[in-house]
Each structure stands twice: as C-alpha cells, then as structure tokens.
Design a protein around this ligand. Sequence first.
Ligand SMILES: CC(C)(COP(=O)(O)OP(=O)(O)OC[C@H]1O[C@@H](n2cnc3c(N)ncnc32)[C@H](O)[C@@H]1OP(=O)(O)O)[C@@H](O)C(=O)NCCC(=O)NCCS
Length: 180
Amino acid sequence: MTIAASTAASAAPHAGVLSVRPATPADDAFIDELQAISFGPGRFARTAFRIRERFPIDKSLSLVAEVDGVPCGSVWMTPISVGGSNGYLLGPLATHPNFRKRGAGKLLALEVSKRALARNEGKFVLLVGDQDYYCPLGWVPTVPGAIQFPGPVDPNRVLLLAEDPTLAKSLSGVIGAFRA
Ligand SMILES: CC(C)(COP(=O)(O)OP(=O)(O)OC[C@H]1O[C@@H](n2cnc3c(N)ncnc32)[C@H](O)[C@@H]1OP(=O)(O)O)[C@@H](O)C(=O)NCCC(=O)NCCS
C-alpha cells in the first residue's frame, strides 16, 4: 500500500514511538510528496540534486522514519568520491511538518550514517546543511572551497562526518563517482 505524505499530514501531532526502517518502493509516493513539501519546486536546481542526477542513490541506504508506524521522514544517501576517496553524500533529509521536533531528523541522519560507514567502503558522510543542526551530531566544517561541487554552494554549509578527525581538514578535490 502506498502512503502519501497527505496521510501523514492528516495525523494530528502526538507523542509516539519513533522508529527507522529501510524504505520500500511503497514509500515512493510519500517520499516524493515529502520532498516537494519540504524543499519546493526549487529542489531540482539545488547543487546536491545535480550530484544525485549524476550518481545514483543507494536504495539500501534509503531510510524512512515512522511515529507509531506512520511514515514521517526520509533520508537518502548517494555514494560518491572526493579527490579519489570514497564516501557518501547525505540528503535530502526531511521530516513532515506535522512531525518535526520529535527527533526524527537527527535519528535519520545518524542512523543512515552509521549504516553507511559500518560497510567500511567509504570514509565520510558529506552534506550541505546548517552547522547549528548538524555540528552537535558530529559533523564538522570542511576547508572552504576544498571540495568542488558541480554548482554553487555556500562553503560554510559543507560539512563532514568521519571517524578520522583530520579528514575534514584534508579532504579536497572534485566530487566524482564512488570507486568500486
Ligand atoms: C531540518 C528538518 C529535517 C529537521 O527535522 P526534525 O525531525 O524536526 O528534526 P529533530 O526533531 O531531530 O530536531 C529538531 C531540532 O532541530 C532544530 N532545527 C531544525 N532545523 C534547524 C536548522 N536548520 N538549524 C538549526 N536547528 C534546526 C529545531 O528547532 C529543533 O530544536 P529543539 O530540539 O531545540 O526544539 C526538518 O525541519 C525539515 O524537513 N526541514 C525542511 C527540509 C530541510 O531543511 N532539510 C534539511 C536540509 S540540510
């Protein structure tokens, strides 16, 4: 059964049990609508979208958050490389407006990163986002301009999560394909 974001929207905010699970094809309509609500029509012009056009998302790292079994949030991961080092680009991350401020966004960001890095195939999780949101979770700023995106990006929003604490200062180069 397909659950649209409007179904989530009709659910009144309430305290509930938060969980995360892999997305399935039945979530596609919910995720499409959630991203449209959260980012609007301008989402297709975003630099991160251009990367996802070039390099496919890893569907096994596409997660959905639920409150009491009702889908409320989503995150995607795109395997990439930077200057030849493999890692992941996190995003889009979105929580339905009726379910925000319950921890779903942070849970999704942390859980998808944990699952990706546990594969030991990529060293980092890169994203373009607000420092105030992501830095308390472990992301750190990169060297402005060091990581070359296929379009304009605010260098202060280019953040990295990695086990190696020096990587955010040393990673540089063009974003390319994940190298098998
Ligand atoms: C950003 C977003 C994913 C957060 O989802 P969420 O499920 O509400 O997140 P959480 O419940 O884990 O965290 C909420 C906390 O983060 C804060 N927060 C939300 N967005 C923030 C931002 N951009 N910068 C700083 N803090 C932010 C909230 O005020 C809240 O603070 P509180 O706990 O002190 O009340 C959600 O607001 C959203 O989908 N926004 C639109 C799309 C978007 O901007 N995505 C992120 C792209 S980088």
